[in-house]
Design a protein around this ligand. Structure first.
Ligand code: ZN
Length: 366
Protein backbone atom coordinates (compact mmCIF):
# COMPACT_ATOMS: atom_id res chain seq x y z
CA UNK A 1 0.00 0.00 0.00
CA UNK A 2 1.22 3.47 -0.80
CA UNK A 3 0.85 5.93 2.00
CA UNK A 4 -1.40 8.87 1.29
CA UNK A 5 -1.22 12.39 2.68
CA UNK A 6 -4.07 14.75 3.46
CA UNK A 7 -5.15 17.67 5.63
CA UNK A 8 -7.50 16.60 8.38
CA UNK A 9 -8.57 17.34 11.92
CA UNK A 10 -9.25 14.94 14.80
CA UNK A 11 -11.77 17.24 16.51
CA UNK A 12 -13.71 20.45 16.02
CA UNK A 13 -11.28 22.70 17.89
CA UNK A 14 -8.08 21.78 16.05
CA UNK A 15 -6.95 23.38 12.78
CA UNK A 16 -6.43 21.11 9.79
CA UNK A 17 -2.95 19.56 9.67
CA UNK A 18 -1.14 16.97 7.53
CA UNK A 19 -1.75 13.28 8.30
CA UNK A 20 -0.68 10.03 6.60
CA UNK A 21 -3.22 7.32 5.78
CA UNK A 22 -3.94 4.60 3.20
CA UNK A 23 -6.60 4.69 0.51
CA UNK A 24 -8.18 1.34 -0.21
CA UNK A 25 -6.77 -0.88 -2.93
CA UNK A 26 -8.32 -0.33 -6.37
CA UNK A 27 -11.23 -2.76 -6.72
CA UNK A 28 -12.65 -4.06 -10.02
CA UNK A 29 -14.99 -1.05 -10.51
CA UNK A 30 -12.68 1.54 -8.97
CA UNK A 31 -10.70 4.42 -10.38
CA UNK A 32 -7.68 5.84 -8.55
CA UNK A 33 -7.30 9.55 -9.15
CA UNK A 34 -4.24 11.76 -8.69
CA UNK A 35 -5.85 14.88 -7.27
CA UNK A 36 -4.56 18.09 -8.83
CA UNK A 37 -6.98 20.57 -7.25
CA UNK A 38 -9.73 20.60 -4.64
CA UNK A 39 -12.18 23.44 -4.13
CA UNK A 40 -12.88 24.73 -0.62
CA UNK A 41 -16.64 24.65 0.01
CA UNK A 42 -18.50 26.35 2.87
CA UNK A 43 -19.66 22.87 3.92
CA UNK A 44 -16.01 21.96 4.53
CA UNK A 45 -15.79 24.68 7.17
CA UNK A 46 -19.10 23.68 8.81
CA UNK A 47 -18.14 20.00 8.84
CA UNK A 48 -14.58 20.48 10.16
CA UNK A 49 -15.97 22.66 12.95
CA UNK A 50 -18.96 20.34 13.59
CA UNK A 51 -21.48 23.13 13.02
CA UNK A 52 -24.19 21.10 11.25
CA UNK A 53 -25.39 18.69 13.95
CA UNK A 54 -28.21 16.19 13.49
CA UNK A 55 -27.78 13.76 10.62
CA UNK A 56 -24.78 15.78 9.45
CA UNK A 57 -22.92 15.74 12.77
CA UNK A 58 -19.24 15.31 12.07
CA UNK A 59 -17.58 11.91 12.14
CA UNK A 60 -13.91 11.98 13.19
CA UNK A 61 -11.33 12.35 11.88
CA UNK A 62 -12.59 14.90 9.34
CA UNK A 63 -10.71 15.19 6.04
CA UNK A 64 -12.86 17.53 3.90
CA UNK A 65 -13.08 18.24 0.19
CA UNK A 66 -15.74 17.39 -2.40
CA UNK A 67 -14.71 19.49 -5.38
CA UNK A 68 -11.99 17.16 -6.63
CA UNK A 69 -10.28 17.48 -10.03
CA UNK A 70 -7.36 15.44 -11.32
CA UNK A 71 -6.28 12.66 -13.63
CA UNK A 72 -6.85 8.91 -13.62
CA UNK A 73 -3.81 7.05 -12.27
CA UNK A 74 -5.16 3.47 -12.22
CA UNK A 75 -8.34 1.64 -13.17
CA UNK A 76 -9.85 -1.63 -11.92
CA UNK A 77 -10.31 -4.70 -14.11
CA UNK A 78 -14.01 -4.02 -14.83
CA UNK A 79 -13.79 -0.26 -15.42
CA UNK A 80 -15.11 0.62 -18.87
CA UNK A 81 -15.56 4.39 -18.93
CA UNK A 82 -12.14 5.68 -17.92
CA UNK A 83 -8.51 5.13 -18.79
CA UNK A 84 -5.24 6.19 -17.21
CA UNK A 85 -4.57 9.85 -17.97
CA UNK A 86 -8.21 10.94 -18.35
CA UNK A 87 -9.17 14.29 -16.81
CA UNK A 88 -11.76 13.53 -14.17
CA UNK A 89 -13.51 14.84 -11.11
CA UNK A 90 -15.34 13.68 -7.99
CA UNK A 91 -18.11 15.72 -6.40
CA UNK A 92 -20.20 15.23 -3.28
CA UNK A 93 -21.01 11.51 -3.63
CA UNK A 94 -18.83 8.38 -3.81
CA UNK A 95 -21.25 5.43 -3.52
CA UNK A 96 -24.89 4.40 -3.50
CA UNK A 97 -26.78 4.17 -0.22
CA UNK A 98 -27.06 0.44 -0.88
CA UNK A 99 -26.58 -1.93 -3.80
CA UNK A 100 -30.28 -1.90 -4.75
CA UNK A 101 -29.84 1.71 -5.84
CA UNK A 102 -27.53 0.96 -8.77
CA UNK A 103 -29.07 2.68 -11.75
CA UNK A 104 -31.25 5.16 -9.85
CA UNK A 105 -31.27 8.66 -11.27
CA UNK A 106 -31.21 10.81 -8.14
CA UNK A 107 -28.62 9.24 -5.86
CA UNK A 108 -28.77 12.04 -3.29
CA UNK A 109 -32.46 11.58 -2.48
CA UNK A 110 -32.52 7.82 -1.88
CA UNK A 111 -33.06 6.01 1.39
CA UNK A 112 -30.56 5.20 2.71
CA UNK A 113 -28.85 8.25 1.22
CA UNK A 114 -25.85 7.99 -1.06
CA UNK A 115 -22.43 8.04 0.62
CA UNK A 116 -20.85 11.47 0.90
CA UNK A 117 -17.30 11.96 -0.35
CA UNK A 118 -16.26 12.90 3.17
CA UNK A 119 -18.07 12.54 6.47
CA UNK A 120 -19.85 9.49 5.10
CA UNK A 121 -19.53 5.91 6.25
CA UNK A 122 -17.55 3.65 3.94
CA UNK A 123 -19.87 0.70 3.15
CA UNK A 124 -16.99 -1.80 3.18
CA UNK A 125 -14.95 -0.79 6.20
CA UNK A 126 -17.41 1.29 8.24
CA UNK A 127 -14.70 3.94 8.50
CA UNK A 128 -15.43 7.60 7.81
CA UNK A 129 -14.94 8.61 4.18
CA UNK A 130 -12.03 10.97 3.53
CA UNK A 131 -12.27 13.80 1.01
CA UNK A 132 -10.18 15.70 -1.47
CA UNK A 133 -7.72 17.65 0.66
CA UNK A 134 -5.44 14.73 -0.15
CA UNK A 135 -3.11 13.44 -2.82
CA UNK A 136 -5.31 10.62 -4.18
CA UNK A 137 -8.80 9.18 -3.97
CA UNK A 138 -10.21 5.78 -4.97
CA UNK A 139 -13.82 5.90 -6.23
CA UNK A 140 -16.28 3.60 -8.00
CA UNK A 141 -16.34 4.67 -11.66
CA UNK A 142 -20.06 5.50 -11.56
CA UNK A 143 -19.23 8.42 -9.27
CA UNK A 144 -16.37 9.73 -11.42
CA UNK A 145 -17.11 12.67 -13.73
CA UNK A 146 -15.40 13.47 -17.01
CA UNK A 147 -13.93 16.98 -17.13
CA UNK A 148 -14.11 18.46 -20.65
CA UNK A 149 -10.78 19.57 -22.15
CA UNK A 150 -12.10 23.13 -22.44
CA UNK A 151 -12.16 23.63 -18.66
CA UNK A 152 -8.90 24.01 -16.72
CA UNK A 153 -8.92 21.55 -13.81
CA UNK A 154 -8.75 24.28 -11.16
CA UNK A 155 -11.85 25.95 -12.64
CA UNK A 156 -13.69 22.65 -13.00
CA UNK A 157 -13.34 21.85 -9.31
CA UNK A 158 -16.01 24.30 -8.01
CA UNK A 159 -18.52 23.05 -10.58
CA UNK A 160 -18.55 19.68 -8.77
CA UNK A 161 -20.41 21.07 -5.75
CA UNK A 162 -21.17 24.79 -6.13
CA UNK A 163 -21.98 24.36 -9.81
CA UNK A 164 -24.25 21.33 -9.61
CA UNK A 165 -25.95 22.59 -6.45
CA UNK A 166 -27.29 25.58 -8.41
CA UNK A 167 -27.67 23.70 -11.71
CA UNK A 168 -29.93 21.01 -10.25
CA UNK A 169 -32.82 23.32 -9.21
CA UNK A 170 -32.51 25.37 -12.41
CA UNK A 171 -32.92 22.14 -14.37
CA UNK A 172 -35.62 20.63 -12.13
CA UNK A 173 -37.79 23.77 -12.36
CA UNK A 174 -37.12 24.07 -16.13
CA UNK A 175 -35.61 27.53 -15.93
CA UNK A 176 -34.87 28.88 -19.39
CA UNK A 177 -36.55 30.96 -22.09
CA UNK A 178 -39.65 32.59 -20.62
CA UNK A 179 -38.29 32.68 -17.07
CA UNK A 180 -37.47 35.74 -15.01
CA UNK A 181 -34.95 34.49 -12.47
CA UNK A 182 -33.44 36.09 -9.40
CA UNK A 183 -30.35 34.80 -7.61
CA UNK A 184 -29.97 35.72 -3.95
CA UNK A 185 -26.53 35.62 -2.37
CA UNK A 186 -23.58 36.23 -4.63
CA UNK A 187 -20.82 34.09 -3.17
CA UNK A 188 -19.31 30.92 -4.62
CA UNK A 189 -22.71 29.40 -5.50
CA UNK A 190 -24.47 32.59 -6.54
CA UNK A 191 -21.84 33.76 -9.00
CA UNK A 192 -22.14 30.45 -10.82
CA UNK A 193 -25.94 30.49 -10.64
CA UNK A 194 -26.10 33.87 -12.39
CA UNK A 195 -23.96 32.56 -15.25
CA UNK A 196 -25.85 29.26 -15.52
CA UNK A 197 -29.30 30.88 -15.49
CA UNK A 198 -28.24 33.36 -18.17
CA UNK A 199 -26.72 30.65 -20.36
CA UNK A 200 -29.88 28.51 -20.00
CA UNK A 201 -31.68 31.30 -21.80
CA UNK A 202 -33.68 32.92 -19.00
CA UNK A 203 -35.36 36.09 -20.24
CA UNK A 204 -33.96 38.10 -17.39
CA UNK A 205 -31.53 37.36 -14.55
CA UNK A 206 -31.67 39.63 -11.54
CA UNK A 207 -29.05 39.49 -8.81
CA UNK A 208 -30.44 40.12 -5.32
CA UNK A 209 -27.90 41.46 -2.89
CA UNK A 210 -27.52 43.33 0.36
CA UNK A 211 -24.02 44.39 -0.76
CA UNK A 212 -24.62 46.81 -3.66
CA UNK A 213 -20.86 47.23 -4.06
CA UNK A 214 -20.96 43.87 -5.86
CA UNK A 215 -23.18 45.28 -8.63
CA UNK A 216 -20.51 45.83 -11.27
CA UNK A 217 -18.94 42.42 -10.77
CA UNK A 218 -22.33 40.70 -10.98
CA UNK A 219 -23.29 42.55 -14.15
CA UNK A 220 -20.00 41.40 -15.66
CA UNK A 221 -21.11 37.80 -15.03
CA UNK A 222 -24.25 38.41 -17.08
CA UNK A 223 -26.85 39.68 -14.62
CA UNK A 224 -29.32 41.99 -16.36
CA UNK A 225 -30.03 43.88 -13.19
CA UNK A 226 -28.89 44.13 -9.59
CA UNK A 227 -31.56 44.69 -6.94
CA UNK A 228 -30.46 46.06 -3.58
CA UNK A 229 -32.62 44.21 -1.07
CA UNK A 230 -31.97 46.90 1.55
CA UNK A 231 -33.78 49.45 -0.66
CA UNK A 232 -37.47 49.00 0.26
CA UNK A 233 -38.73 51.15 -2.60
CA UNK A 234 -36.76 49.14 -5.14
CA UNK A 235 -38.04 45.87 -3.67
CA UNK A 236 -41.62 47.22 -3.79
CA UNK A 237 -41.15 48.21 -7.43
CA UNK A 238 -40.29 44.58 -8.25
CA UNK A 239 -43.24 43.07 -6.35
CA UNK A 240 -44.78 39.95 -7.96
CA UNK A 241 -42.53 40.19 -11.03
CA UNK A 242 -40.18 37.20 -10.76
CA UNK A 243 -40.84 33.53 -11.58
CA UNK A 244 -38.04 31.87 -9.68
CA UNK A 245 -35.86 33.02 -6.80
CA UNK A 246 -32.82 30.81 -6.23
CA UNK A 247 -31.41 31.57 -2.81
CA UNK A 248 -27.81 30.65 -2.13
CA UNK A 249 -27.81 32.47 1.20
CA UNK A 250 -26.13 29.93 3.50
CA UNK A 251 -27.64 31.01 6.83
CA UNK A 252 -31.19 31.72 8.05
CA UNK A 253 -32.58 34.99 6.65
CA UNK A 254 -35.86 36.90 6.48
CA UNK A 255 -37.63 35.38 3.46
CA UNK A 256 -40.52 37.83 3.37
CA UNK A 257 -39.00 40.48 1.07
CA UNK A 258 -37.73 37.71 -1.24
CA UNK A 259 -41.17 36.07 -1.40
CA UNK A 260 -42.78 39.42 -2.19
CA UNK A 261 -40.90 39.46 -5.51
CA UNK A 262 -42.48 36.22 -6.74
CA UNK A 263 -45.40 36.12 -9.12
CA UNK A 264 -48.28 33.63 -9.35
CA UNK A 265 -47.09 30.00 -9.52
CA UNK A 266 -43.51 31.04 -8.89
CA UNK A 267 -41.05 29.43 -6.49
CA UNK A 268 -38.37 30.26 -3.98
CA UNK A 269 -35.78 27.50 -3.73
CA UNK A 270 -32.94 27.54 -1.24
CA UNK A 271 -29.67 25.66 -1.64
CA UNK A 272 -26.69 25.40 0.67
CA UNK A 273 -28.66 26.06 3.84
CA UNK A 274 -29.28 22.99 5.97
CA UNK A 275 -30.76 24.27 9.18
CA UNK A 276 -34.11 25.39 10.61
CA UNK A 277 -34.95 29.02 9.88
CA UNK A 278 -37.51 29.48 12.67
CA UNK A 279 -39.33 31.80 10.29
CA UNK A 280 -42.24 33.36 12.18
CA UNK A 281 -43.32 35.78 9.54
CA UNK A 282 -43.83 33.95 6.25
CA UNK A 283 -47.21 35.31 5.15
CA UNK A 284 -49.15 32.29 3.93
CA UNK A 285 -51.87 34.65 2.80
CA UNK A 286 -49.50 35.98 0.17
CA UNK A 287 -47.98 32.54 -0.48
CA UNK A 288 -51.39 30.89 -0.90
CA UNK A 289 -53.02 33.64 -2.93
CA UNK A 290 -50.17 33.36 -5.41
CA UNK A 291 -49.66 29.58 -5.15
CA UNK A 292 -45.98 30.16 -4.44
CA UNK A 293 -43.76 27.16 -3.82
CA UNK A 294 -41.13 27.32 -1.09
CA UNK A 295 -38.63 24.52 -1.60
CA UNK A 296 -35.15 23.27 -0.91
CA UNK A 297 -32.71 21.38 -3.10
CA UNK A 298 -29.71 19.22 -2.15
CA UNK A 299 -26.54 19.19 -4.29
CA UNK A 300 -27.28 17.26 -7.53
CA UNK A 301 -27.20 13.80 -9.04
CA UNK A 302 -24.21 12.28 -10.79
CA UNK A 303 -25.95 12.76 -14.15
CA UNK A 304 -26.60 16.41 -13.35
CA UNK A 305 -22.98 16.87 -12.29
CA UNK A 306 -21.83 15.64 -15.70
CA UNK A 307 -24.45 17.89 -17.34
CA UNK A 308 -23.18 21.03 -15.63
CA UNK A 309 -19.56 20.24 -16.52
CA UNK A 310 -20.49 19.75 -20.18
CA UNK A 311 -22.77 22.81 -20.19
CA UNK A 312 -20.08 25.01 -18.62
CA UNK A 313 -17.56 23.88 -21.22
CA UNK A 314 -20.00 24.54 -24.04
CA UNK A 315 -20.94 28.01 -22.78
CA UNK A 316 -17.57 29.16 -21.49
CA UNK A 317 -18.78 29.35 -17.91
CA UNK A 318 -16.05 29.33 -15.30
CA UNK A 319 -15.81 29.65 -11.57
CA UNK A 320 -13.64 32.48 -10.34
CA UNK A 321 -10.94 30.78 -8.35
CA UNK A 322 -8.04 31.72 -6.10
CA UNK A 323 -5.51 28.88 -6.02
CA UNK A 324 -3.78 28.40 -2.67
CA UNK A 325 -1.23 25.98 -1.24
CA UNK A 326 -2.84 23.51 1.17
CA UNK A 327 -0.79 25.02 3.99
CA UNK A 328 -3.08 28.11 3.78
CA UNK A 329 -6.36 26.23 4.10
CA UNK A 330 -7.03 27.22 7.72
CA UNK A 331 -6.59 30.90 6.82
CA UNK A 332 -8.91 30.35 3.85
CA UNK A 333 -11.56 28.91 6.22
CA UNK A 334 -11.29 32.01 8.42
CA UNK A 335 -11.53 34.36 5.46
CA UNK A 336 -14.62 32.55 4.12
CA UNK A 337 -16.34 32.95 7.47
CA UNK A 338 -15.26 36.55 7.99
CA UNK A 339 -15.82 37.88 4.49
CA UNK A 340 -18.50 37.42 1.90
CA UNK A 341 -16.09 36.30 -0.82
CA UNK A 342 -17.24 35.89 -4.39
CA UNK A 343 -14.45 33.64 -5.71
CA UNK A 344 -13.72 30.06 -4.72
CA UNK A 345 -10.53 29.07 -2.89
CA UNK A 346 -9.05 26.05 -4.67
CA UNK A 347 -6.22 24.00 -3.15
CA UNK A 348 -3.23 23.13 -5.34
CA UNK A 349 -2.85 19.54 -4.11
CA UNK A 350 0.74 19.26 -5.38
CA UNK A 351 1.67 21.38 -2.36
CA UNK A 352 0.84 18.41 -0.10
CA UNK A 353 4.23 16.95 -1.03
CA UNK A 354 5.98 19.45 1.26
CA UNK A 355 4.29 17.78 4.27
CA UNK A 356 4.82 14.17 3.26
CA UNK A 357 7.85 13.47 5.43
CA UNK A 358 7.06 13.11 9.10
CA UNK A 359 3.28 13.44 8.91
CA UNK A 360 1.59 11.69 11.84
CA UNK A 361 -0.76 8.75 11.20
CA UNK A 362 -4.39 9.76 10.85
CA UNK A 363 -6.29 8.68 13.99
CA UNK A 364 -8.66 5.72 13.57
CA UNK A 365 -12.33 6.42 12.77
CA UNK A 366 -14.59 6.79 15.79
ZN1 ZN B 1 -19.89 21.71 -1.19
Amino acid sequence: MSRNIGYATPDKNTPLAPFAFDRREVGPEDVRIDIAYCGVCHSDVHQARDEFGGALATLWPCLPGHEIAGTVAEVGSEVTRYAVGDRVGVGCLVYWGDESQRGVSEEQYQNPPAIFTYNGQDPDTGDVTLGGYSDEIVVNEHFVLRIPDAIPLEQAAPLLCAGVTTWSPLAHWNIGPGSVVAVAGLGGLGHLAVQLAKARGADRVIALTTSPDKADAVRALGADEVLDMTDEDAVEAHASSIDFVLSTIPTPFDMKPYLSLIRHDGALVTVGMLEPIHEEGIDFGFVSMNRITIAGSLIGSIAETQEVLDFAAEHGIAAEVKVIPVQQVNEAFDEMVANDIRFRFVIDNSTLDADRDGAADLPASQ
